[in-house]
Design a protein around this ligand. Structure first.
Ligand code: UDP
Length: 255
């Protein structure tokens, strides 16, 4: 089916029922998660979600600077989303802008409800997300990476957070839109949630009917559940590996 894109060119979003990158409507892009990639961070994670490459680093709980930001009864959570100037087709001007302030705010709000902030009064948990390569869905890739990095840092959490978007292109609801679908599609709806279904982020760009919204929610929720399994496995893998390394060290000490 042909669509007229915003820049006037013709885009065929589907070929023989499959999307531009060969996916079905209900499939998300290949997801790779690596835990503990930065030596100096308390927790870290590298995520590839299709063409997105993001890294998350967590520091803390640690002393708050400037001090007037500290809260007497809980830790504050800071989240900085930053897109590298080389991460997009047209060089992005370095430094914060309206978009990065918005994404930092909504991403922090997506994670904060599961963090036991009351355990660490007068401290801060800092989360940095750096987008190295962008292909739409960087906020969801960043939240997925940050959630794993928080767990890697040993921050007590009620549960993990998994994030994924659904969109509408050529009147079809699709999971995890890539750049062409996001930029020239009819709607984009990122969500984040706990494995038990508590939604902590819900945004929407564009228009969906009530039925389309329901279908998009169904797809995005299923996407988040599958992503959660991959996050969990990546953490288990890292700690299994640490466990076997520790066993080797203990064995060497006994000998
Ligand atoms: N994008 C870009 N330049 C920018 C901002 C965004 O090329 O300054 C691209 C980038 O690929 C990004 C996509 O547009 O992933 C969609 O951006 P959006 O603001 O919808 O956020 P995202 O989907 O990445 O969470």
């Amino acid at each position: 089916m042909k669509m007229i894109a915003m820049d006037g060119s013709n885009i065929s979003f589907f070929k023989e029922g499959l999307r531009l990158d060969g996916r079905r409507a209900d499939e998300f892009r290949p997801l790779k998660i690596e835990v503990g990639v930065l030596a100096r961070a308390d927790g870290s994670c590298y995520v590839e979600m299709g063409g997105n490459k993001v890294i998350a680093a967590v520091y803390g709980p640690r002393e708050v600077h400037p001090r007037h930001l500290q809260e007497a009864t809980r830790a504050i959570v800071r989240y900085r989303y930053n897109m590298a100037s080389f991460s997009v087709e047209e060089r992005k001007r370095p430094g914060p802008d309206r978009r990065s302030y918005e994404l930092s705010k909504v991403s922090r709000e997506a994670l904060e409800p599961v963090i036991f902030t009351s355990y660490y009064p007068r401290s801060v948990i800092d989360v940095f997300v750096e987008v190295l390569q962008a292909d739409a869905g960087t906020r969801t890739a960043g939240i997925n990476a940050a959630s794993v990095a928080l767990a890697d840092a040993g921050i007590p959490m009620k549960s993990m957070i998994s994030a994924c978007a659904a969109g509408k292109v050529a009147d079809t609801i699709v999971l995890d839109p890539m750049k062409e679908e996001d930029n020239f599609g009819q709607a984009d709806m990122p969500i984040a949630m706990t494995p038990t279904g508590q939604i902590t982020l819900l945004q929407m760009d564009g228009h969906l009917t009530k039925d389309e919204f329901q279908r998009a929610m169904e797809l995005a929720i299923k996407g988040c559940r599958d992503i959660y399994e991959i996050q969990r496995k990546s953490l288990i893998e890292k700690y299994n590996q640490l466990g076997s390394e520790l066993a080797v060290v203990q064995e060497a000490e006994v000998l």
